[in-house]
Design a protein around this ligand. Structure first.
Ligand code: AP5
Ligand code: MG
Length: 217
């Protein structure tokens, strides 16, 4: 009988918890899904959750929920979102840590969607996870041309009516992305965990590319 690491099949592939009663995965895969506004972070996250059973933190969804419920946090953050600006790092980091801890310790990993968006946030995430004995296993970058981003977001604005999906705010969000968020590409490259994916084109092809990264972890 060949010896192989726990949680792996004969082909070396990792087996997720729940697929087999005898193979329990002990390897947590925390994944940062990264990209400009409209690049498909939420879309690909939803598919990953269904396929792998990951937990999911979308900082944008968390904030929109607070706004919808009229909480103090929602009142503080609404102005930033409607202006296409980032919420201050310290506030964002404390929200993130509390959502992360709410998942407990027994899960397959968390998808971070829309976080980090600045280098201080990336450093804070690294430290927060290290304090818990965890880490980010991969940063998956969805790379989409700007005209396509604009097209997608304007279309979504018409369908869903998100308050920041209008041309003026989209331009501001893209500008914030280029100045404050894009430097993270190099930051994660230096960490040795950046994976670049062509994020325009057929949804299932993009998802297959994303899954290939996840399966390699
Ligand atoms: P957030 O909600 O994260 O918005 P975002 O980054 O601007 O990204 P979106 O959610 O608009 O796009 P997405 O990449 O998820 O794409 P999606 O899958 O929806 O943040 C909103 C605001 O909150 C920020 O501006 C900021 O103010 C604040 N905030 C959030 N996080 C923060 C942080 N960490 N720090 C500070 N402030 C923070 O796809 C877009 C559309 O395209 C959809 O309609 C989808 O159906 C479609 N689509 C997806 N894939 C394809 C495809 N392959 N082909 C055609 N259409 C596609
Ligand atoms: Mg999103």
């Amino acid at each position: 009988m060949p010896i192989r690491p726990a949680g792996r099949t004969a082909g070396g592939r990792r087996v997720s918890r729940g697929l087999s009663a005898n193979t329990i995965s002990t390897k947590m895969r925390n994944i940062v899904i990264f990209g400009a506004p409209g690049s498909g972070k939420g879309t690909q996250s939803d598919k990953l959750i269904k396929k792998y059973g990951f937990k999911h933190i979308s900082t944008g969804d968390v904030l929109r929920n607070e706004i919808k419920n009229g909480t103090e946090l929602g009142k503080t953050t609404k102005g930033y979102i409607d202006e296409g600006k980032l919420i201050p790092d310290d506030l964002m980091v404390s929200i993130l840590a509390s959502v992360y801890d709410s998942f407990g310790k027994d899960h397959e990993g968390v998808i971070f969607d829309g976080f980090p968006r600045t280098i201080p946030q990336a450093e804070a995430l690294k430290n927060m996870l290290a304090e818990r004995g965890h880490k980010v296993a991969a940063m998956i970058e969805l790379d989409v041309p700007e005209e396509e981003l604009m097209k997608r977001l304007l279309r979504r604005g018409q369908i869903e009516g998100r308050s920041d999906d209008n041309e003026e705010t989209i331009k501001k969000r893209l500008n914030v992305y280029h100045t404050q968020t894009a430097p993270l590409i190099e930051w994660y490259e230096k960490e040795g965990i950046r994976h670049h994916i062509k994020g325009d084109g057929e949804l299932e092809r993009i998802f297959a590319d994303v899954c290939a990264v996840v399966d390699s972890l």
